[in-house]
Design a protein around this ligand. Structure first.
Ligand code: CAA
Length: 287
């Protein structure tokens, strides 16, 4: 029998961390979200509250269920408040140095030696995060998709050091407690979904850069021609152009293949602070 996770920690109150916290609180877990930036923690709390309010407005969630979810959620800027967690999911920026530093810190402060330390990374080797801890067999990738309340998939990514028991516990958490569908992938940059998705998004940026078609026509092509819910440039804006570039850089470093390299237009947009939907402007402008 796999022990249920009752106390979850999330590090990072951005769109992914907030989404993971929201679905977990709705599933009845006690959730603490830590972000070292107090303003980011506050903004994350507001975003999750707004999302839960939206679900009530649309009749998908009873008011009492929203209130219960909010009761289950606590936002803090103190990492130490994660000490009693049974599972901690890291969802901070895609930066290997910062992530390995965080895993070392979490390993020290999370007192339950059976606790799992997971990463929502898309592209950074899980083995490197595991090696930053003294519990490498309890480290794995648990990768969600944006928007987390809507996308049903979680990729589970054991490293060469992860135990079978950790995979079983993480699978039970995602599938039985959160009700997500799971797939398992090897510890290779991009796993299954981003290894296929990122070259496609980068190709759309190259197409725009090369003057093949307008952003609107590229997106309409894939929405109307292939029944995708949104076109690649709008999806790149949703993922975040800084995040997309960071994932592309990791994948390019791993595979050395040209189709993983970030095109100059993407680089320059990130240099200019155009990060997509979260910054108000990317390939499109957001109100
Ligand atoms: N929270 C809760 N529910 C939400 C939501 C949110 N943030 N955003 C949308 N929804 C719900 C809406 O309530 C709506 O539900 P109903 O149909 O029951 O009313 C439904 O989702 C559709 O939403 P909308 O009508 O507002 O908008 P839409 O139909 O244009 O869909 C979308 C928006 C869900 C984002 C859709 O366009 C979509 O699925 N796009 C593709 C997203 C995708 O590919 N994500 C993966 C990105 S890759 C990634 O995340 C991994 C990585 O590492 C980079």
């Amino acid at each position: 029998m796999v022990t249920k996770i009752e106390r979850l920690g999330v590090v990072g109150a951005g769109q992914m961390g907030g989404g993971i916290a929201e679905v977990s609180a709705r599933a009845g877990l006690d959730v603490v979200v830590a972000d070292v930036d107090a303003a980011a923690a506050e903004a994350g709390q507001q975003r999750v509250t707004k999302s839960l309010d939206g679900a009530v407005r649309k009749g998908k969630l009873a008011e009492a269920e929203r209130d219960a979810a909010l009761q289950n959620l606590r936002f803090t800027s103190e990492l130490d408040e994660l000490a009693d967690r049974q599972l901690v999911i890291e969802a901070i920026a895609e930066d290997e140095g910062i992530k390995t530093g965080l895993f070392g810190r979490l390993d020290e402060l999370v007192t339950d030696r059976d606790a799992i330390l997971a990463s929502n990374t898309s592209s950074i080797p899980i083995a490197k995060l595991a090696r930053a801890t003294d519990r490498p067999e309890q480290v794995l990738g648990v990768h969600f998709f944006n928007p987390v309340p809507v996308q049903n998939l979680v990729e589970l990514v054991p490293s060469l050091l992860t135990s079978d028991e950790t995979v079983q516990r993480a699978t039970a958490f995602a599938a039985e407690q959160l009700g997500k569908n799971t797939i398992q992938a090897q510890d290779r940059s991009g796993f299954v979904v981003n290894a296929l998705l990122v070259p496609y998004l980068l190709s759309a940026v190259r197409m725009l850069e090369g003057g093949f078609a307008t952003a609107e026509d590229i997106d309409t092509g894939m929405v109307q021609g292939c029944a995708h819910p949104m076109g690649p440039l709008r999806l790149a804006d949703l993922v975040g152009l800084d995040t997309l570039k960071a994932i592309a850089d990791s994948m390019h470093a791993e595979y050395g293949e040209a189709h993983f390299s970030a095109p100059p237009l993407l680089q320059r947009m990130v240099d200019a602070g155009l990060k997509g939907k979260k910054s108000g402007k990317g390939f499109y402008t957001y109100g």
